[in-house]
Design a protein. Structure first.
Length: 127
């Protein structure tokens, strides 16, 4: 693994902090810490840019999946300004994980996210 792997792990930790923030103010702060001002987020259901839109996508996910949290599955892998990792959306009440995916992020010189390309590996029926 590259010598600066902590750069990728730190960026991914901030990413999960944003995705797991349930309160509006905490979420807005976490998104601003994780993403560059013009950073983007794209997955099969969303294609947004900027802190406000990214925070709105996260808020919408919490509305759709109340009582769930995102967790990293496996290791973060990165090179140059790019990292990839896998995750699950886990129910805090029963431990089920109906949604799972893999994301590829690109970082700026300050280690903040400029792009996220998200892929869904597992989704609930009818989603």
């Amino acid at each position: 693994m590259p010598a600066n792997s902590d750069r990728y792990e730190s960026a991914v930790a901030r990413y999960f902090e944003a995705w797991n923030a349930r309160e509006t103010e905490a979420r807005n702060k976490a998104v601003a810490a994780a993403w560059a001002a013009d950073g983007t987020y794209t997955d099969p259901f969303s294609d947004v840019g900027g802190h406000e839109q990214v925070a709105a996508v996260i808020a919408g996910t919490h509305e759709q999946f109340p009582g769930f949290a995102f967790r990293l599955t496996g290791a973060v892998d990165g090179h140059h300004d790019t990292a990839r990792f896998s995750w699950e959306l886990v129910s805090e009440s029963d431990g089920s994980a109906p949604v799972a995916g893999s994301d590829v992020i690109t970082l700026d010189a300050d280690g903040r996210i400029t792009t996220v390309l998200g892929f869904l590996d597992r989704v609930p029926a009818g989603a």
